[in-house]
Structure formats: structure tokens, C-alpha cells
Design a protein around this ligand. Structure first.
Ligand code: PMT
Length: 413
């Protein structure tokens, strides 16, 4: 694949790989960054190539891998310094004690350290990985302190079994955490100052100690919103029903089970919130009586009397004051009409209407297609989008609802 200038800019990430056993994990990092829609260029030290081949990272990144300082044709075509200038961020993962020492001392004796030295105008993040004794060595610690003081970012190494047989701090941080840090650093913090309360997932309404009524919500939509809001600088509280989703970085997560528990958690987090986004699929009904013991199987059919659960969003609508309230509507017919009625009844600023009768969107899918309905009756249909992108589109509405120009969504987004 040939490098083109159109693929460069803030959404381009340079990944520097140095020579440690964790170098193989750079493959997962590069793959995940590409999946997030970023352009990735890789630069490797000679030692890194002993652990993972440039070919692997070339195939995954879709770009030639940089290894030589004095590459005749490439230098003529693009130049490694100008590539640094046009990137949005430089990640060095894994970063060895050696490379940290070199950068801290201003040494630029190979392509990677030369490029880091030239990366004055973009954020540089190191994800260290090394033997625990090397990590704890006062010289390494001094270099890390110096680099932090100078504004270099770090994804701290984890503690555990190390490849060298030792135990302690020095394992490369989880690749997904590293990717999340990169995404967060690339985001414009246009939601700084907002406190956003998000709900996600289903609720479970107990019939007896072993049975419950629920719905197919996976939590993906709500978690995507919480993650995007945190990346954009908001303080985020996520109240979540039972899901298998990984907790997003920098989000305060409150786990609940039933609609009543969700109501309590939401009401507690509500006072400081400036925005609420209710993406949870809250059960509308629950068994009127919860049996203390497992209901015995009888030959006769079982009748369960149901009662309505509290309508959390309706309650918030009555107390909203200056807050922005965003609801979701899960509909199987008359999408706009039914969603608009919910918007009015619950005193919302915006409702995100999705047609959950379609298998490829709504519940459980990684993508969704929605209509945004404003309280002025304006309906805007969004295209089929991954939930992680849709989350940003929904959050873009906050700036518009505040009637101040939104400063843009994701950088280059
Ligand atoms: O979790 P996923 O698998 O990613 O699926 C995403 C989703 C389909 C769950 C999501 O996109 C969605 O549509 N969430 C809202 C589901 C829902 O409960 O819709 P509703 O039309 O029944 O409720 C309208 C609004 O009132 C919702 O914001 C809901 O959170 C809220 N509500 C509903 C009932 C209730 N007792 N209290 C509430 O606050």
C-alpha cells in the first residue's frame, strides 16, 4: 500500500515499537487502532524486529513499516520528520528502559528516537514494558519522572508475572487500555465541564430467587455513549443494568439490577448532572409479588400478576430545571409518532428513536440506525453507524441544544 497525504492528519497515529518481549502485543494495538478508524504508521527499532516482523505490522496497519533512517526512496517521497508533523499522536508501545533513557537524554541515534525527538508538536505517549528491576531502577524512574515533567504521557505498566520469570510491575498495560488512552488523547475536550449521567443495559425483575423478567439489551449503546462522553472530557456516571460490557475508562460505574435499583442510583447521581442520557431498556413491568422461595413446578399453568415499574425518565422530566434530558425510544412501529409522544410526555430535549424490530440495529448489534427528534419537532435521520460513532453524534447534540456552536466532535471525527 502506498502512503497518501489524504490519510494523514490528526487521525493518524504513529506507533513506535521497541525491542521487548511485549513487542508482539503491538499487533493487537495496531489492529484495534485501525478498527477505531485511525490511520496507523509503524516505526520499529532493530531490536523490535527480533520479536515481531515488520511484515506483520505492515499487513495490519496497511502501511509500509519504517525501520531505516536513511531509506533513499521513502525519504525522497515523504520524509520521516514530515510524517511526524502530520500525525496526531505518537505512541511508543512497548517502550523499553533503553528508549526511555535515550529520549529523556535527547539521544536520537536511530529512526524511532529521531522521530520521537522531532515530535514536539504532537502528544507522545509511552507504554513501558520491562523487567521489574529495570523498571524500579532509580535511573529508569528518574527518566520517567523527567519525561512526565516535560509533558510526555504514560500508560503505566501492570503488575503480575513477567516474561523473564520475575513478578512485579513491568508488564505492558492491557492493549485495550492503551488504545483507549490514545483515543481519549485524540479527542477534543468539548464536553469538559459537563457532568453526564448515562444509563445502559437491561433491568432484571425478579419472580423468585432464580427467575427474572428481562429484555435483550446488551448495554452496548449506553456504554458507547458513556465512553465517548468521557473521551470528550465530561465527568461521567454510568448506571448500568447487568451486561457483559467492559467498564469504560474514566467513568464512574454503578451496577444495578432492577428498575427500582436503577431509579435509586439515577436519583442519587442526578443533582450534579448537567445532562442525562437514558439509553437503558428499563422493564416497564415487574412481578407484583416476589416469591421468597423458588416457585415449584406445577402441572397447572402459572399466572404472574405484574405491576408497572417507576418511569425514571418521566420523574427526571419533572425535576429537570436547566439540565438537558435525552431519552431513547425503542419502537417496533410508528417510530416517529410514538417517540415524539414519549419526548413530550417525559419533558425531554431530544429523543433517539430506534426501530428495534430490525435485527441488524437496536438491541445487541454493534451498529444502529436512529432518528433524532428534537422538542421543536425537527427529525433528523442518521445513517447506519457503529454505535461508537453514533454515540458521538448523539453527544454532538449537547452543544447544539445549549445553543452555542459545538466545538466539533472527535478530532478529525
Ligand atoms: O443495549 P443495546 O443492546 O445496545 O440496545 C440499545 C437499546 C435498543 C436498548 C437502546 O438503543 C434503546 O432504545 N434504549 C431505550 C429502550 C427503552 O426502554 O425504550 P422505551 O421506549 O421503552 O423507553 C423510553 C425512555 O424511557 C427510555 O429512555 C428509557 O430508558 C426510559 N424509561 C423507560 C421505562 C421506565 N420504567 N423508565 C424509564 O426511564
Amino acid at each position: 500500500m502506498v502512503e497518501t497525504r489524504e490519510t494523514e492528519g490528526p487521525r493518524t497515529v504513529l506507533v513506535g515499537v521497541t525491542g521487548g518481549i511485549a513487542a508482539y502485543k503491538s499487533a493487537e494495538i495496531v489492529r484495534s487502532l485501525i478498527k477505531e478508524g485511525l490511520h496507523v504508521h509503524v516505526v520499529m527499532t532493530r531490536n523490535a524486529q527480533e520479536f515481531i516482523t515488520p511484515l506483520t505490522l505492515q499487513v495490519l496497519s496497511g502501511n509500509p513499516v519504517w525501520t531505516d533512517t536513511f531509506h533513499l526512496t521513502r525519504e525522497q517521497e515523504i520524509g520521516h520528520i514530515s510524517l511526524v508533523d502530520r500525525a496526531g499522536l505518537f505512541l511508543v508501545a512497548p517502550a523499553t528502559a533503553n528508549v526511555l533513557g535515550k529520549v529523556a537524554s535527547g539521544v536520537a541515534d536511530d529512526l524511532l528516537t529521531t522521530m520521537v525527538c522531532a515530535a514536539n508538536r504532537i502528544p507522545v505517549i509511552f507504554a513501558p514494558s520491562m523487567n521489574v528491576n529495570m523498571y524500579e531502577n532509580p535511573i529508569t524512574q528518574g527518566n520517567i519522572r523527567k519525561l512526565k515533567r516535560l509533558g510526555y504521557g504514560f500508560v503505566e505498566p501492570a503488575e503480575g508475572d513477567l516474561a523473564c520469570g520475575y513478578q512485579g510491575v513491568g508488564r505492558l498495560a492491557d492493549p485495550q487500555e492503551i488504545v483507549e488512552r490514545v483515543l481519549s488523547r485524540l479527542c477534543v475536550k468539548d464536553l469538559a465541564g459537563e457532568t453526564i449521567l448515562v444509563t445502559a443495559g437491561p433491568t432484571e425483575e425478579a419472580i423468585d430467587p432464580v427467575r427474572f423478567i428481562t429484555n435483550p439489551s446488551s448495554g452496548k449503546m449506553g456504554y458507547a455513549i458513556a465512553r465517548a462522553a468521557a473521551q470528550r472530557g465530561a465527568k461521567v456516571v454510568l448506571v448500568s443494568g447487568p451486561t457483559g460490557c467492559a467498564p469504560p475508562l474514566d467513568v464512574s460505574l454503578v451496577r444495578v439490577r432492577s428498575a427500582e435499583e436503577m431509579r435509586k442510583a439515577v436519583m442519587k447521581a442526578f443533582p450534579p448532572a448537567t445532562v442525562v442520557v437514558m439509553a437503558a431498556a428499563v422493564s416497564d413491568f415487574r412481578p407484583a409479588v416476589r416469591s421468597r422461595h423458588k416457585v415449584k413446578k406445577h402441572d397447572a399453568s402459572l399466572t404472574i400478576r405484574m405491576e408497572p415499574t417507576p418511569d425514571i425518565l418521566f420523574e427526571l422530566g419533572k425535576r429537570k430545571e436547566q439540565r438537558i434530558l435525552i431519552g431513547f425510544a425503542a419502537e417496533t412501529r410508528s417510530l416517529v409518532k410514538n417517540a415524539s409522544e414519549k419526548l413530550a410526555k417525559k419533558n425531554l430535549d431530544l429523543i433517539v428513536a430506534n426501530d428495534v424490530s430490525r435485527k441488524e440495529i437496536g438491541f445487541q448489534s454493534d451498529s444502529n440506525q436512529v432518528k433524532l427528534i428534537g422538542k421543536d419537532g425537527n427529525v433528523s435521520a442518521l445513517p447506519f453507524l457503529p454505535k461508537r460513532i453514533l454515540a458521538h453524534r448523539v453527544l454532538d447534540q449537547i452543544g447544539m441544544l445549549r445553543k452555542k456552536p459545538a466545538k466539533g466532535s472527535r478530532r478529525g471525527g
